[in-house]
Design a protein around this ligand. Structure first.
Ligand SMILES: [Zn+2]
Length: 321
């Protein structure tokens, strides 16, 4: 094995093989092995310094994955924050002003979570800042949602209250608006039946006998019967909020005492009962017991069609139940 080496013998001018002693061959081999080992170690150390061990490589990959996940979570947080901010602005710009509610102070909506020691358990890591800021933003979202949720609960309550009040106010005409208005609220020089001057506490409507009379707001029937002091057959509805509506001179009563009525329900038919000189409706509103001008409670500038659409919309079929 190995190449043979020759030298020129000047004595006899012949090539002769060089023969090394055995110990020298062993030494050569050992040197070779040592050099190879040294070189391998040298390469390994360079590779490790530069790329890390396989285990480190896996760990680094995991760290990168976690960082990616954190970034993606932060994108989700951005989107969620945007959605919540849009809810907040609807709340502040649209709902609260309409319902006459005070705005929510920014110190409550965004109290700030940057306390020095708030996330101290997350200190001392390579990615402490990333973890702390993500955690802080999640806390912010939680707070914003809690505040917004409470606000919506309040708005819902306010809206229900408001709707309740709106439904109960005697806010429409008690008859089809195409009928003429009769005697107004105020002092009458000469009462058509009694013949002398007297205060007129209602708004009259010139309607033919048997015209449908509608409840002008939700409420409870507190009186339904015959009144000997002038109203004849009459109905009284208590709407709450100190308001009561009275429908007089009816020919027929359609609702019993204590019944709950909705706006648009037919309370009876018009007539000429009581102190009346001809078929008409006497419609009166009392506020905390005092008669007020009923004409101020409804808008008569609507068409007949609009009126009946409104009656339908209130869910009443405007027929006798
Ligand atoms: Zn009258």
């Amino acid at each position: 094995m190995g190449k043979r080496k020759y030298f020129l013998d000047h004595n006899d001018l012949q090539y002769k093989q060089i023969r090394h002693p055995f110990w020298r061959k062993i030494l050569h081999s050992l040197l070779w092995i040592a050099a190879s080992v040294a070189l391998t170690l040298f390469y390994l150390s360079i590779i490790q310094n530069r790329f890390g061990s396989p285990k480190e490589h896996v760990l680094n990959q995991k760290i990168e994955e976690l960082r990616l996940k954190y970034s993606m979570s932060n994108l989700d947080i951005d989107r969620t924050l945007k959605d919540i901010k849009s809810l907040e602005s609807s709340d502040e710009i649209r709902y609260r002003p309409v319902l006459q509610m005070e705005p929510i102070p920014q110190t409550i909506r965004n109290p700030g979570f940057g306390g020095v020691d708030r996330y101290r358990e997350l200190n001392g890591y390579m990615n402490s800042y990333l973890m702390r800021s993500t955690r802080q933003r999640i806390e912010e979202i939680k707070n914003m949602l809690t505040v917004q949720n409470e606000s919506f609960v309040l708005i819902r309550e306010k809206t229900d209250e408001w709707k309740f009040e709106m439904d109960h106010l005697p806010a429409i005409s008690p008859v089809d608006p195409s009928f003429r208005l009769g005697d107004r609220f105020g002092y009458r020089e000469k009462h058509p039946v009694l013949g002398y001057g007297r205060m007129h506490y209602g708004q009259d409507f010139s309607v033919p006998y048997g015209t449908k009379i509608y409840a002008t707001g939700d409420g409870k029937v507190t009186e339904a019967g015959y009144n000997t002091s002038g109203f004849g057959y009459y109905v009284v509805i208590d709407h709450g909020f100190g308001l009561v509506s009275i429908y007089g001179h009816l020919s027929r009563i359609n609702v019993p005492k204590d019944a709950n009525v909705k706006r648009g329900d037919v309370v009876g038919l018009s007539g000429n009962s009581g102190t009346s000189s001809g078929p008409h409706l006497h419609y009166q509103i009392n506020k905390y017991g005092t008669p007020v001008n009923a004409i101020n409670f409804f808008n008569n500038d609507i068409t007949q069609q609009e009126f009946y659409e409104m009656i339908q919309a209130f869910g009443s079929d405007s027929i006798f139940r």
